[in-house]
Design a protein. Structure first.
Lengths: 112, 113
């Protein structure tokens, strides 16, 4: 089965600083990869998804970007963080259409 | 806009009781999924029900789907303190692309021992 590794688990960053969150996947090849953000008391918002190396689709205009340099690596970045970027970021993976999403344990980002 | 909306937002029950959570959605779907999230952790998939299915069981979980009413329910029978978590429904409201699941805000379940 798939295992999703995300790090760091928690992060506190000042406004205007850069961001890089990394996600790696084990147990599958050529997965579809996703970045979600969860704000307090709200559901998950899909930010980016990727169906292959270098292929990134953005769902919501953000102060964020994503990259997929390798088959099982997905990176979420920002050049300058905003207060509104605070939240719980989750990476997810699925191997086949109509199969469940596997999630990492998330990164709690606080922008101060 | 949100596709799935869970009801109630919060539910507190005693161990041994049954817990029922509901989900409503707005557009046609191919399938509906339920996920569980322990506090501060990632989501874990519980069950998937396809649009041509009406009921599905998995252990103490029972999920129903009523596509005419655009609603689903998750029943947890004989609840345990370890069932304490948030539960989310998710639908593929964008016409089948698996990853473009739309999640509701969740039901926070508290099971008291």
């Amino acid at each position: 089965s798939q295992t999703i590794h995300q790090w760091p688990a928690t992060l506190v960053q000042p406004v205007g600083s850069p961001l890089s969150l990394e996600c790696t996947v084990e147990g599958t090849s050529n997965p579809n990869l996703y970045w979600y953000r969860q704000a307090a008391g709200r559901g998950l918002q899909l930010l980016f998804y990727s169906i292959g190396i270098g292929q990134i689709s953005s769902e919501v205009p953000q102060n964020l970007s994503a990259s997929r340099p390798q088959d099982r690596q997905f990176i979420l970045s920002s050049k300058k963080l905003l207060l509104s970027d605070s939240g719980f970021y989750l990476c997810a993976s699925t191997g086949q259409y109509n199969s469940p999403l596997h999630f990492g344990n998330g990164t709690r980002l606080t922008v101060t | 806009s949100q596709q799935g909306e869970e009801d109630p937002q919060a539910l507190s029950i005693q161990e041994g009781e049954n817990a029922t959570m509901n989900c409503s959605y707005k557009t046609s779907i191919n399938n509906l999924q339920w996920y569980r999230q322990n506090s501060g952790r990632g989501l874990v998939h519980l069950i998937l029900i396809r649009s041509n299915e009406r009921e599905k069981h998995s252990g103490r979980l029972r999920v129903t789907l009523d596509t005419s009413k655009k609603s689903s329910s998750l029943l947890i029978t004989a609840s345990r303190a370890a069932d304490t978590a948030s539960y989310f429904c998710a639908t593929d409201g964008y016409g089948g692309s698996q990853g473009n699941l739309i999640f509701g805000k969740g039901t926070k379940l508290s099971v008291k021992p």
